[in-house]
Write a protein that binds this ligand. Structure first.
Ligand code: SF4
Length: 195
């Protein structure tokens, strides 16, 4: 349920790690270029005249890779900009969200495992990671406690300790406007665990 990743006890999120690949042969017929350009929240997509595979000049776009955060928004507007890539794509695990207002206010989940490989058809690494979190929670939590409530009660430091999940810098919020998202981010604010 990708739309509720922020509010799930344990969420499995498919992620990209590479910028879109542009099909310059197909883009003019498939996409409204201004829509593809304005779809990028980071201004990474710009208009460009490039050569297609037949050596002709075509109106297309270029992507500034260093600005891209691999969100896939451009692809939703322009199918000639796919991001899917067997090596780049993977899975992130988020933990501790809930919508319910009972006992505690609703909570956003936090990114605890930034990347696991994409290994269909059975995704053994993802299954093992979820099983580990679930079994640690089942052993340690109080009755009726949700995963996030348990993690907050024992402390997130202890959550990483008990589950044996390494805490990495990827879970830290370094967004430059973080002050605005201080109360809404899904990520961690402390750095005491970075070694
Ligand atoms: S994937 Fe996202 S950040 Fe990257 S170019 Fe497309 S819209 Fe912009």
């Amino acid at each position: 349920m990708c739309g509720a990743v922020h509010a799930s006890d344990i969420a499995i999120l498919g992620i990209h790690r590479k910028p879109p690949m542009i099909d310059h042969d197909a883009i003019t017929g498939l996409c409204e270029l201004p829509l593809a350009i304005s779809a990028c929240p980071l201004g990474a997509v710009k208009p460009a005249t490039v050569k297609n595979s037949a050596g002709e000049d075509v109106k297309s776009v270029k992507v500034t890779a260093e600005r891209c955060m691999f969100c896939g928004n451009c692809y939703t507007m322009c199918p000639a900009m796919p991001l899917a890539d067997p090596d780049g794509d993977g899975i992130a695990i988020l933990v501790g969200g809930k919508v319910s207002n009972s006992r505690k206010a609703p909570m956003f989940s936090k990114l605890v495992i930034p990347f696991l490989p994409n290994t269909p058809p059975r995704w053994p690494e993802t299954v093992a990671a979820v099983k580990n979190i679930l079994e640690t929670y089942a052993k340690d939590a109080r009755k009726y406690e949700r995963v996030g409530e348990w993690a907050e009660r024992i402390g997130w430091e202890k959550f990483f300790e008990k589950t044996g999940i390494p805490f990495t810098i990827k879970s830290i919020d370094d967004y430059r406007l973080a002050y605005d998202t201080w109360r809404t981010t899904t990520q961690f604010k402390f750095t005491s665990h970075i070694k």
